[in-house]
Design a protein. Sequence first.
Length: 165
Amino acid sequence: IILVYSSNSGTGESHLYYTILLVIGSALYAVAALIIEKKLPHIKSTDISTGIYTIWMVPSLLILGFSGFFTDIDYSHNETVVALGYLVFLTVISTTLVMFLFFKLVQDTSAVFVSTISLLLPVVAVIWGILDKEKFTVWYAIGGLLILLSVYLIREKNNKSFDGE
């Protein structure tokens, strides 16, 4: 949330909407991990991934159809085909693989462990941003340190609860 508020582009535009989306996404991510851990441990992670993609295929195709994806884009340009190739790779291959690994990791470990690991993803995103020559501010460092501190505190609490304290 600190990073969202600190990245004001000078337009006076409010980032509250994006902050709310971030909080909702994080909450749903945690709910998904808990549901998989508590209610779906007997279902294979490949079956969960397949089910989710099957359910979302029809709404996704409808959204693409109504947005003009099939009619308004000129697919005769090589750049368009290359860009769509990257998009398909990211969507189908990368997302499917990560989703499968997420479900498998939740089933093999715990929702708390997976959520702790996922807290490190923004740190990786900032590193990619630096490599891509994006502007790095002190707010990124503060946000990263807060993330690392929260990971440490969560791990410490879990270690103490396993020790019987």
